[in-house]
Design a protein around this ligand. Structure first.
Ligand SMILES: *Cc1c(COP(=O)(O)O)cnc(C)c1O
Length: 227
């Protein structure tokens, strides 16, 4: 058995049943994705449009659900709209409008998560609660028919401080609850809390995560020279 399949099985054995595992395959070759696929893994995450599109093309015959987890530029939505299953990184109304438009062109309904900024670093993308409220209260959003907002996503600080990480995930859960109550109380599609990566997925699960996005502890360290 390869190390990839062993790693995936180890994680799965420790996941509550309702928590989904997105295997983050960025920078890793298609052969690694196939190994994970052969263990039954179906959700894969990529953070760059070009890499995502290339891997999708190569693996078109497999029933993989592709998740875009990284920052998405409006002008690149058109390259993924015909196949992407979920976009975790919606951080503006303008981006949501473009996803809706491209999704409509493809007669689809694309699942989206609103990305929130919960970390202490300034470099990470994401909305605050007030910005999200402005989007969800807008007439433009209310007229959209080809996107489905399924929940929220966030990344904790890059830190060894587990208490800080836990507080940030608690904050994201509070944001999730607030948005659920204000806008999606009767919408069962709004049910996802995407948080937790290789270093903090166990903390995230304790804070109510429903989707963890895990890369390096499955596929190994990334070789950034290849990026
Ligand atoms: C790379 C990435 C991950 C996975 O990171 P690991 O630490 O390798 O598990 C999760 N989420 C996002 C948004 C990423 O870009």
């Amino acid at each position: 058995m390869s190390f990839i399949s062993e790693n995936i099985k180890l994680i799965r054995n420790n996941l509550p049943e309702k928590v989904k595992l997105v295997a983050v395959s960025k920078t890793h070759p298609v052969s690694a994705i196939k190994e994970a696929y052969d263990t039954g893994q179906r959700l894969f995450g990529e953070n760059k449009v070009q890499e995502l599109t290339a891997k999708y093309e190569e693996l078109k015959n497999l029933d993989i659900k592709w998740h875009l987890i990284g920052h998405l530029q409006t002008n690149k939505v058109k390259y993924i709209a015909h196949f992407v299953d979920m976009i975790h990184s919606v951080d503006s109304l303008k981006l949501l409008e473009e996803i809706n438009k491209q999704s409509e062109k493809n007669s689809r309904k694309i699942k989206c998560l609103l990305q929130f900024h919960i970390a202490t670093e300034e470099t990470k993308f994401g909305l605050n609660l007030q910005e999200a409220e402005t989007i969800l209260n807008s007439d433009i959003y209310k007229k959209m028919e080809n996107i489905q907002i399924c929940g929220v996503m966030g990344m904790a600080s890059f830190s060894e401080d587990n208490k800080l990480i836990k507080e940030e995930f608690t904050e994201l859960r509070r944001i999730y609850n607030e948005i659920k109550n204000n806008h999606f109380l009767n919408d069962n599609n709004f049910c996802e809390l995407s948080m937790g990566m290789s270093s903090d997925w166990d903390i995230a699960i304790n804070e109510g995560s429903t989707i963890i996005r895990v890369g390096s502890i499955i596929f190994g360290q990334r070789n950034y020279i290849l990026k």
